[in-house]
Design a protein around this ligand. Structure first.
Ligand code: UDX
Length: 454
């Protein structure tokens, strides 16, 4: 790469939420290693700090965006839609200033924006620069969003009320059932359809980058390639390709010392990611089931994740007693390090896409308890396509919890899942190595930028 190319800039626009910030910062690192300079333009809410890990990146802030109390009053879906309404002009202004600081317009290679930050498409269009959509969820979830964006809301709502329909396969999306589609607990079906229609609209984008690998989702990726009419680049799992620590919360490393004292492959690690909530009743049943299973457990309970409670203070005394016997609780863990730890035997997860990739990327089988959106799609794939997880459906009951934990870490069935997970891990590691499909796809993307193919 010559001197001129080294200076070309890529602008990244993340959604201000952990599950989206993490992969876009990894993408930034991967592209930085290919010789681009990186500018992150972010909202004031949940900003990534310019820590030593990103000292080579430039960070700019879109002025006057929404706050935490807006998120609480609007809910996640409305919050995102509002963000898109109010940021288009301010982003254009911010981007225009960045352009003026460059020697030439050509110094900006492209804008890569999270699919949910679709306001970002207008600025590069106005300045005639390429834009690229980054999908931080699975290719299958992208396909589902395209399908949901076109459903008749009234009919779909009636279908979803019929238990028989809910359990049946959705036409053309086998093995997904109606109930696995990425509807959301954070808003109405009308809102979700509106948001998905915006998110899957490629507008003027020249390409779509997906944090997935061909080996995992070849048919969904081919379908996207046929339907989107722009090139699709599956370049993941990005956490295996680039290290970019971007935790928005402080990690409690004491859990690693606790893990060091546990026997190999015995611990169930429990985490529901950065936005999901859990009812006290379910938490108590989980604790009872975990305790009855006799397996040690490491549990992340995020402050604010139990409604009407700062942390765990609203839970009954019984909870602390059950945890003190066999468990360890933290507010936020160094998740990748935990999953890599030899003591971890299984991951109880809400199946966010990052957690899914991180778990199979470490060969750890999963207990899948999806809560909303794409998590339901991922859980179904983990159980019935990749066969590295058990889905826990229906009411949370201590007996079911105990059974599912034993299936995963004690029974032969769990050992088979672990073997398949280790096989997946090896395939995924190969895909990001030189010559692997994701590595080649990233090179193709970079070549398209360098040869100005977009
Ligand atoms: C959100 C959505 O909920 C999810 O459905 C979508 O796929 C991505 O965006 P989130 O719920 O935060 O994500 O889950 P996930 O995608 O799993 O991302 C969580 C990230 O936080 C992971 O990278 C995980 O390593 C990290 N994490 C989680 C920690 O570092 N420590 C923890 O204690 C818990």
């Amino acid at each position: 790469m010559d001197e001129k190319q080294v200076k070309r800039k890529i602008v990244l626009v993340p959604v201000p939420a952990q599950g989206h910030v993490t992969p876009i910062m990894q993408l930034g690192k991967a592209l930085h290693s290919k010789g681009f300079s990186i500018t992150v333009i972010q909202t004031q809410y949940n900003r990534v700090s310019s820590s030593k890990d990103f000292s080579d990146f430039q960070f700019l802030t879109i002025p006057g965006t929404l706050t935490d109390s807006d998120l609480k009053s609007l809910g996640a879906l409305q919050f995102l839609m509002k963000l898109n309404q109010i940021c288009e002009e301010t982003f254009k202004h911010c981007f225009g200033q960045l352009l003026q600081e460059q020697g030439s317009r050509d110094d900006i290679a492209c804008v890569i924006y999270d699919e949910y930050m679709y306001f970002s498409a207008a600025a590069p269009k106005e300045f005639q620069l390429p834009s690229v959509i980054f999908s931080t969820t699975s290719a299958t979830a992208f396909v589902c969003r395209s399908v949901l964006a076109k459903v008749n809301a009234d009919k779909f709502l009636i279908d979803m009320k019929d238990p028989q329909v809910r359990d049946s396969l959705f036409p053309g999306l086998d093995p997904l059932r109606y109930k696995d589609l990425p509807t959301s607990a954070f808003g109405t079906l009308e809102d979700i359809i509106k948001l998905y229609s915006e998110a899957v609209n490629t507008r003027t984008a020249s390409a779509v980058i997906i944090n997935s690998a061909s080996y995992l989702e070849s048919s969904s990726l081919s379908r996207l390639q046929r339907e989107l009419q722009v090139p699709v680049f599956p370049i993941g799992p990005l956490h295996l390709a680039a290290c970019a620590p971007s935790s928005l919360l402080e990690e409690d490393r004491s859990c690693i010392e606790w893990l060091n004292k546990q026997k190999p492959k015995t611990v169930i690690y429990i985490s529901l990611g950065s936005i999901c909530l859990m009812e006290s009743r379910d938490i108590l049943e989980m604790a009872r089931g975990l305790s009855n299973s006799n397996q040690p457990f490491l549990w992340v309970i995020r402050p604010g994740s139990i409604p009407a409670s700062e942390w765990t203070e609203s839970l009954p005394e019984e909870f602390s007693k059950l945890v003190s016997e066999r468990g360890y609780i933290v507010k936020w863990a160094p998740q990748m390090e935990v999953l890599r730890h030899p003591a971890v035997g299984g991951f109880w997860s809400h199946c966010g896409w990052n957690s899914t990739l991180e778990s199979i990327g470490e060969g750890v089988p999963m207990i899948c308890r999806p809560i909303t959106g794409d998590q339901k799609v991922n859980a179904r794939y983990l159980e019935s396509v990749w066969r590295v997880g058990v889905q826990l459906e229906g009411e949370m009951e201590k007996e079911t919890v105990e059974r599912v934990v034993k299936r995963l870490v004690v029974d032969e069935e769990g050992a088979d899942m672990r073997k398949r997970a280790i096989d997946l891990k090896e395939k995924l590691e190969a895909s990001v190595r030189s010559g692997g499909s994701s590595c080649s796809s990233l090179d193709d993307f970079v070549n398209s930028l360098q040869t100005k193919n977009f």
